[in-house]
Design a protein around this ligand. Sequence first.
Ligand code: BGC
Ligand code: BGC
Ligand code: CA
Length: 299
Amino acid sequence: MSSIKVECVVKASSSIGEGPVWEEKDGTLLFVDISGQRISRWNAETKQTESMTTEKFVGAVVPRRSGGYVMAEGTRFAAVDWEKKTSTTIACVEADKPNNRFNDGKVDPAGRFFAGTMAMEVQPTVLARKEGSLYTLHPDHTVVKHFDQVDISNGLDWSLDHRILYYIDSLSFMVEAFDYDIQTGSICNRRKVYLLEKDEGFPDGMCIDAEGKLWVACYDGGRVIRIDPQTGTRMQTVTLPVDKTTSCCFGGRDYCDLYVTSATQGMDQAYRAKQPLAGGVFRVTGLGVKGIPPNAFSG
Ligand code: BGC
Ligand code: BGC
Ligand code: CA
């Protein structure tokens, strides 16, 4: 058994740090600060961070095969020109819901961008219920809505054989699964995979590892848990020095390191003084398990 080490690699103090994506070609970690309205890219070698601000809350940003990124910002999907630090609208959703915004998103193995929405929060996890939906931006730029009645649309990833979509609506306290059709991008047969225990907090961002197990960041739980989706059991818990752990992805050499984002929003001064690293990005090494490369939007 290797020894597990947790270090804060980016002292970002993000309001809601989220959506980490490893970019192998540059050795960089891309992530967002949702309510801080910022996209950042941290270079693991130089330790430099490059940022751009967004006009609205930015739920997720993903690499694009043709270059640059695509983001789910406010209630639009938009192309991001990282050199120029500009964006162009691709498609809009929920014109009838001015109080909604995009939250977490991820690209499927065929290059489709999935992202879900939620109502704006009054305070963390307190919001109008069932206002959100899950969408796909297809490579031809059409948008498909899969379902509504979502509280806080969050973690997404696909099984290694691409036949299952794993999904989190945070206020359900569950990791769920759907049968996935990789040919069409459609989903069916929703079911429970894992119900979080009381002290585990809210399930938030999620990623799959090279053994097909799920890593779930637990908001207000100060931990990342590893779930076996076949048995619906927890295999491992990694604790972090901050409570508001929000999302995770594998990166680094051979995808051996787990990067974990965190938030400060909702913490008062005394709380923040106790957790000075809140809002930072953490790197967990020595897990003895690898991740898989992220997918890029193919449109
Ligand atoms: C959302 C936050 C929310 C948190 C906990 C995050 O994905 O962006 O606004 O408080 O999940 O569910
Ligand atoms: C749709 C409704 C849906 C609601 C919740 C609206 O944009 O028109 O059918 O129930 O979103 O997501
Ligand atoms: Ca999230």
